[in-house]
Design a protein around this ligand. Structure first.
Ligand SMILES: Cc1ncc(COP(=O)(O)O)c(C=O)c1O
Length: 354
C-alpha cells in the first residue's frame, strides 16, 4: 500500500509544554485508511487533521462496533523520538478486531504508517520532563445501516495529542473504591477487547466513586463479584508477603502492555511474581495479617499509579501508610527510564521513529 502525504497549509501554534494536560490538543495531521470488502484496506493517507463526516446511520454510532489503542512517543535526551512496544499495541488491536468482527490490519503496515505519521509530526513530541505524544489508533464501522450485523466497510485513523507529565508534583498515591453495584465486564463478554462500550459501561461507577472522593473504581469480576480484575483503566498489582501478584487474564481483563512489562521485568530480575486469581477477601485478610505491602495500578497513562487506600463496603484499608512503596517506585523508574532512553533497553522494547 502506497502511503500518500498531504501537508496542511497552516500549522497550529505549539502549546506551552509546561501547561499540557491530557487529550485536549491535537496535532496538524492524521492518518486515514479505508476498508471495503472488494479492495480490503486501501488508500492510506496522512492528511490535515479534520472532522470526519459521517452519515447519521453510520453503524459505529449506533452499535459501537469499534476498537482503539493508546500508546506514547517519547523524546529522548539525545534528540531522538521513540515508541514503547508498539508491536504489542498492534497485536492487541488485531485481537480486539477479531472479537468485534472487524478486519485486521497488516502488522507491518500498521507500524510503518504509525511511525510515518509521528515522523511528520515530530515537532509535536514535547521535550519537557515527563511529557509525551499520545497516539490514538482507532477503527470504526462505517456502513450506513440500521440493523445489527457486522459492518462491511471500515475506517482506520490515528490522531496524536501532546500530553503533560502524569505526576507534575511527584508520585501521589490514590484512593480507590471497590464497588459491588456495577461490573465492567463479564465472562464471555468484550472486557479483553479495547472497545468503546467497555469505557461507557464504566462511567457511572466512576462518577459515583468520584462523588465519594475516590479516584478510581477497583472492579470485581462480573460473575461472582469476588475476584479483583482492574482498577479504572489500569491493571492492578499487589505486593503480598514479598510477592508481586496480579489477577490472571481471564477474558474480561484488558491485557495491558504495562502489566506485561512489569511481569517480564520481574521475571528478568528474579522478583517473585505471579498471575493468579485474587479475591477481595484474600486482600482484606492479607491486610489484617500485615502482609499487604503495596498496591499499584499499571497502564500507559501513568505507567505506575500507587494506591494508598482501598474502600470495600464499610471497610477502609490504608496501604504502605498511604506512601509510595519501593516496588512501585522501582518499576516506575525502570520502565520510564527505558521509555525516555535514559537507560539501556535490555528487553528490546524500544522502536525508534527518528
Ligand atoms: C481497561 C484498561 N485496563 C488496562 C489498561 C492498561 O493497558 P496498557 O498498559 O496497555 O496501557 C488500559 C489502558 O489501555 C485500560 O483501558
Amino acid at each position: 500500500m502506497q502511503l500518500t502525504i498531504t501537508r496542511t497549509e497552516t500549522l497550529k501554534p505549539k502549546p506551552d509544554e509546561n501547561q499540557l494536560g491530557f487529550g485536549t490538543l491535537f496535532t496538524d495531521h492524521m492518518l486515514n485508511v479505508d476498508y471495503t470488502p472488494d479492495r480490503g484496506w486501501h488508500d492510506p493517507r496522512i492528511e490535515p487533521y479534520a472532522p470526519i463526516s459521517m452519515d447519521p446511520a453510520t453503524m459505529f454510532l449506533h452499535y459501537g462496533q469499534g476498537v482503539f489503542e493508546g500508546l506514547k512517543a517519547y523524546h529522548t535526551d539525545s534528540g531522538g523520538i521513540q515508541l514503547f512496544r508498539p508491536g504489542e499495541n498492534i497485536k492487541r488491536m488485531n485481537r480486539s478486531c477479531r472479537r468485534m468482527c472487524m478486519p485486521e490490519l497488516d502488522p507491518h503496515f500498521a507500524l510503518e504508517s504509525l511511525k510515518a505519521l509521528i515522523a511528520v509530526e515530530k515537532d509535536w513530541v514535547p521535550k519537557a520532563p515527563g511529557t509525551s505524544l499520545y497516539v490514538r489508533p482507532t477503527m470504526i464501522a462505517t456502513d450506513p445501516f440500521l440493523g445489527v450485523r457486522a459492518s462491511h466497510t471500515y475506517r482506520y485513523f490515528i490522531i496524536l495529542s501532546p500530553v503533560g507529565a502524569y505526576y507534575p508534583e511527584g508520585f501521589n498515591p490514590v484512593k480507590i473504591l471497590v464497588t459491588k453495584d456495577y461490573v465492567r465486564a463479564v465472562r464471555g463478554g468484550v472486557g479483553e477487547a479495547k472497545t468503546p462500550g467497555n469505557y461507557a459501561a464504566s462511567l457511572l461507577a466512576g462518577q459515583k466513586a468520584h462523588d465519594e472522593g475516590y479516584t478510581q473504581v477497583l472492579w470485581l469480576d462480573g460473575v461472582e463479584q469476588k475476584y479483583l480484575e482492574e482498577v479504572g483503566a489500569m491493571n492492578i498489582f499487589f505486593v503480598i508477603d514479598g510477592e508481586i501478584v496480579t489477577p490472571e487474564l481471564n477474558g474480561s481483563i484488558l491485557p495491558g502492555i504495562t502489566r506485561k512489562s512489569v511481569i517480564e521485568l520481574a521475571r528478568k530480575w528474579g522478583d517473585p511474581v505471579s498471575e493468579r486469581k485474587i479475591s477481595i477477601d484474600e486482600l482484606m485478610a492479607a491486610n489484617e495479617q500485615g502482609k499487604l505491602q503495596e498496591a499499584f495500578g499499571a497502564g500507559t497513562a501513568a505507567v505506575i499509579s500507587p494506591v494508598g487506600e482501598i474502600k470495600y463496603g464499610e471497610r477502609m484499608i490504608s496501604i504502605a501508610e498511604g506512601k509510595v512503596g519501593p516496588v512501585a517506585r522501582k518499576y516506575y523508574d525502570a520502565i520510564t527510564d527505558i521509555q525516555y532512553g535514559k537507560a539501556e533497553d535490555p528487553m528490546g522494547w524500544i522502536e525508534p521513529v527518528t
